[in-house]
Design a protein around this ligand. Structure first.
Ligand code: PEP
Length: 268
C-alpha cells in the first residue's frame, strides 16, 4: 500500500507575548515572509489576540492556520477565567495541548490533558499534543520511557480512529531545550519520533501511527532547523521564541519548504 506523505508543519507558539494592538501586524509580516509551497503554517497567539490575528490573516494570507495555546477540559460551567473548546469557533482551528509550561505552571496532568484532547476533538480542533522529558530524565536514560508514559496517560481511553480523523500532531519537546537556547540533537529527536510512533502503535493505532506528524520543539531557530529536517521521521517544528521574529520564521519555513519539495519529489 502506498501511504500518503506526511505534511510538513511549522507551528508558532507565541506564548504570553503580543497584544491585540500589535499581534495582527506581526501575523501579517510572518505570513508575508513565509509564503512557501507545501508547508502548513500555524500561528498560536494568546487567546486575547486570536481575533486580531484572524482578521489580519483573512486579508494577508488565509492559508495560515490559527491555533490556541490551551483549552479547558469541560465544555462550559463554573470555571472562572477559563476558555472552552467550543468558544474558539471562528477563531482557531488548531490547539496546543500539554505544553510543558502548562504542566509546570498549571499543574496539568496527563489525565487532564487527555480530557482536554477529547473536548478539542469534539469541537473540531486539530490538536498538537506536547510530550518531553526533563534534563534529569535524559541524563538517566529515561527520556523515551517518560514520553511513552505521557502518551499512555494522555491517550488511553481515547479512540485512535477519532484522534486520527482529527489529524492529531505530536510535538516532542524536551523540557530542558525549551527557551534555553540548547536544542536536542537531530538524531535524538528522530529516535524519540520512532519511539512515539511505536508507542502509538501499541496504544491501538497500528499502522496508522506512521501517518501521525511529529514535530520537534525546543530552541528551534533558522540556524538549527536543518538538523531536524535531515531526519525523515521529523515532520516539522513547534517554535517558541524564534516565532516572534519574522526573519527567523522566514528562514525556518524556507527550510521546511525544501523538505516538503523533496518529499513530494520522492512520491512523484
Ligand atoms: C515552545 O514554546 O514550544 C518552544 C519550543 O519554545 P522555544 O522555541 O522558545 O524553545
Amino acid at each position: 500500500m502506498i501511504r500518503a506523505m506526511r505534511p510538513v508543519i511549522i507551528a508558532a507558539n507565541w506564548k504570553m507575548n503580543t497584544t491585540p494592538a500589535d499581534a495582527g501586524e506581526l501575523a501579517r509580516e510572518i505570513a508575508r515572509r513565509t509564503r512557501v509551497d507545501g508547508v502548513t503554517r500555524v500561528i498560536c497567539p494568546p487567546f486575547l489576540c486570536l481575533a486580531a490575528v484572524r482578521d489580519a490573516l483573512a486579508e494577508a494570507d488565509p492559508d495560515v492556520a490559527i491555533g490556541a495555546q490551551n483549552v479547558h477540559h469541560e465544555l462550559a460551567g463554573a470555571y472562572t477565567g477559563e476558555i472552552s473548546a467550543p468558544m474558539l469557533d471562528g477563531l482557531a482551528t488548531w490547539v496546543i495541548l500539554g505544553h510543558s509550561e502548562r504542566r509546570r505552571d498549571a499543574g496539568e496532568t496527563d489525565e487532564l490533558i487527555g480530557a482536554k484532547l477529547a473536548r478539542a476533538v469534539e469541537a473540531g480542533l486539530r490538536p498538537i499534543l506536547c510530550v518531553g522529558e526533563q534534563l534529569a530524565d535524559r541524563e538517566a536514560g529515561r527520556a523515551i520511557a517518560v514520553a511513552e508514559a505521557q502518551l499512555g496517560g494522555c491517550l488511553t481511553g481515547l479512540d485512535p480512529g477519532r484522534l486520527g480523523a482529527a489529524q492529531l500532531v505530536i510535538a516532542y519537546e524536551p523540557v530542558w531545550a525549551i527557551g534555553t537556547g540548547r536544542n536536542a540533537r537531530g538524531s535524538d529527536a528522530a529516535a524519540m519520533a520512532e519511539a512515539i510512533r511505536s508507542t502509538l502503535s501499541g496504544l491501538g493505532w497500528g499502522e496508522t501511527s506512521r501517518d501521525v506528524p511529529i514535530l520537534y520543539g525546543g530552541s528551534v531557530t533558522a540556524a538549527n532547523i536543518g538538523e531536524f529536517f535531515a531526519e525523515p521521521s521529523i515532520d516539522g517544528a513547534l517554535v517558541g521564541g524564534a516565532s516572534l521574529k519574522p526573519d527567523e520564521m522566514a528562514g525556518i519555513v524556507g527550510r521546511a519548504g525544501l523538505t516538503a519539495a523533496a518529499r513530494l519529489a520522492a512520491i512523484a
